[in-house]
Design a protein around this ligand. Structure first.
Ligand code: NAG
Ligand code: NAG
Ligand code: NAG
Length: 554
């Protein structure tokens, strides 16, 4: 009987256009209601009024004020223009999405102190429609959703108890540091699809959010990862922004970050060690970016190849205009050209400049001009930017100028250098003067060998020339008159001891004076042809011809 009586009372009191159930729930949703139905039981805990055409009115407020045991009010998809009045200390959920609410009047929630979840998505709320006392009394609220409204700034004075705040699809372009100071318990913040850019967020605004774990900043206009994001983050989405570079500082110390989404940006470059601190990372999406296929992409490729711990790498990551998958790319496809400094010299004033020939350079690149006199050990360096002219007053000597990009290789590669002589006699200072200073032992050895070789060659050439001279004299003689062959044994020995052929040949001029023609075997491949008509007369012509028939050697 005790059980039955309340049931009968409730059943009896249910408005005809609604349905009431035994769990103190009343269903008046989707019934085309224009006015608040009368006769809703005072004990109602959950009231469904969504999908009607209710407008804000005092009748509505009066009706709702009677329901002092209300725990949840579903009044979304109506035509309300203000927050309806509710008087229930037990109200936990209030769903007001898809109405026409433009402002939250002061103390609108003064009588709903236990509210935990307030949904105001898809209304017409503006920054000026919220005042510092709008949320008075909400000391336990945990979830506040105001997606798809008309905020242009981060709403101020939000309750400090919030753990999740949704402000996606607004037009927020500014977040003041003050507006977030009290949000120390916030763990989830969604600011996707707003108008946030690099200058939108006051310095250390996010530092207030000491518990923040999940931050959604997708579909905004950031061109770099915002500074000072809380290092407590486990999930960060920056999808669809305009980020070009990942600097290592901006991802530093995110030791709890597990998911990072930077897909659909304009990423071209990753600074060295940018991902080093992401020790907990198990999901990263870097697809649909503008990665270059050059040395600046090496860091990324290396990261992707070595992070086997990543459970999921979304999308395929491609580089260059030909969209080469980084998965398949080889190191030699990821090179940058070396940069040579252009040095012009006017007496002792050197003007140094370099150009990237229209190529873009990453913001973290740091070009330095290193220069030194070759015979000195100490080198000086100075920062230099592309197209900048640096003037240096230098002493006479042979100087080396190198441009180094600290981002790429801290070591000096001589390929990147120009050597210029300054103040030396020849003012012919092409950009590539051969290095002659710094002569080591190997160089001395090489020079010695070269000198010996040259001397030998000269000696040989002189020797051969002499020989040829002799032969041409012989030829001259032979062409004018025939020489008569005198057998060797008839040649008179000039001093009795020198009677062999070699001696005769070496002293040919003397021998020819006695009309002698004698030849050695063809050490020079010279042949002496026997004339066919005179077996004892020799033609001493050089055997340039191919007629080698009946050649005879003595
Ligand atoms: C933040 O959370 C802690 C622990 O849940 C709670 O004690 C504290 O009151 C909360 N802060 C605010 C401002 O509600
Ligand atoms: C080198 O510098 C001179 C003078 O500044 C300029 O005329 C010349 O075009 C430069 N050459 C290159 C290759 O940049
Ligand atoms: C250059 O360094 C070497 C050893 O590193 C030293 O012996 C030499 O004296 C130095 N020369 C100059 C000109 O400083």
């Amino acid at each position: 009987m005790r059980l039955l009586l309340p049931l009968l009372v409730i059943a009896g009191a249910c408005p005809p256009e609604c349905r009431c159930d035994s769990r103190r729930r009343v269903y008046c949703n989707d019934r085309g209601l224009r006015t608040f139905p009368s006769g809703i039981p005072q004990e109602t805990q959950i009231l469904y009024l969504q999908d009607n055409i209710l407008e804000s009115s005092s009748a509505l407020n009066d009706g709702l004020m009677k329901l002092t045991e209300l725990e949840a009010l579903m009044i979304y998809k109506n035509r309300l223009t203000e927050i309806p009045a509710v008087n229930s200390a037990s109200l936990r959920t209030l769903r007001l999405n898809t109405n026409r609410i433009t402002r939250i009047s002061e103390n609108a929630f003064a009588k709903t102190a236990s509210l935990r979840e307030l949904i105001l998505d898809d209304n017409l709320l503006t920054t000026s429609g919220i005042s510092s006392v709008s949320f008075n009394g909400l000391s336990k609220i945990s979830i506040l959703s105001m997606n798809q409204n008309r905020f242009t700034e981060f709403p101020p004075e939000l309750p400090g108890s919030l753990s999740a705040l949704y402000l996606a699809q607004n037009q927020i372009s500014f977040i003041s540091k003050r507006s977030t100071t009290q949000l120390t318990n916030l763990t989830v913040l969604n600011l996707a699809e707003n108008k946030l850019s690099d200058g939108s967020i006051e310095e250390s605004t996010f530092a207030n959010l000491r518990q923040l774990k999940e931050l959604r900043l997708g579909h905004n206009f950031f061109s770099s990862v915002p500074n000072n994001l809380p290092r407590t983050l486990t999930e960060l989405s920056l999808i669809a922004n305009q980020i070009m570079t990942l600097k290592s500082a901006c991802l530093k110390s995110f030791q709890s970050l597990r998911s990072l989404d930077i897909a659909h940006n304009r990423l071209r470059w990753v600074e060295q060690n940018a991902f080093d601190d992401l020790l907990a990372l198990d999901r990263i999406d870097l697809s649909y970016n503008s990665w270059t296929c050059d040395c600046y992409t090496k860091n990324l490729v290396m990261f992707l190849q070595t992070s086997h711990s990543l459970s999921e790498i979304n999308g395929d990551i491609r580089c260059g205009s030909e969209s080469i998958a980084l998965e398949t790319i080889t190191d030699d496809q990821l090179e940058c050209e070396t940069i040579k400094p252009n040095v012009s010299v006017d007496q002792n004033l050197a003007t140094v400049q370099f150009s990237l020939l229209g190529k873009e350079s990453p913001p973290m690149s740091n070009y330095k001009l290193h220069y030194n006199e070759l015979s000195s050990n100490t080198s000086s360096s100075v920062l230099i930017s592309p197209e900048e002219n640096i003037q240096l007053q230098l002493s006479n000597g042979l100087w080396r100028f190198c441009i180094l990009n600290d981002f790429l290789s801290p070591e000096l590669s001589l390929d990147d250098c120009s050597k210029i002589s300054i103040g030396l006699s020849a003012s012919s200072v092409g950009p590539e003067v051969t290095e002659i200073a710094a002569v080591g032992p190997e160089a001395i050895m090489a020079i010695a060998i070269a000198i010996v070789s040259v001397v030998s060659i000269v000696v040989l050439v002189v020797f051969i020339t002499c020989r040829r001279k002799q032969y041409s004299q012989m030829k001259y003689l032979s062409s004018t008159e025939p020489l008569y062959f005198v057998p060797k044994r008839f040649i008179p020995s000039q001093n009795g001891t020198k009677s062999n052929t070699k001696e005769l040949t070496l002293d040919a001029s003397k021998e020819f004076a006695v009309t002698l023609m004698l030849r050695q075997p063809p050490e020079d491949n010279r042949l002496y042809k026997v004339q066919s008509d005179a077996s004892d007369v020799y033609d001493t012509g050089f055997s340039g011809s191919s007629r080698q028939d009946s050649s005879l050697f003595i």
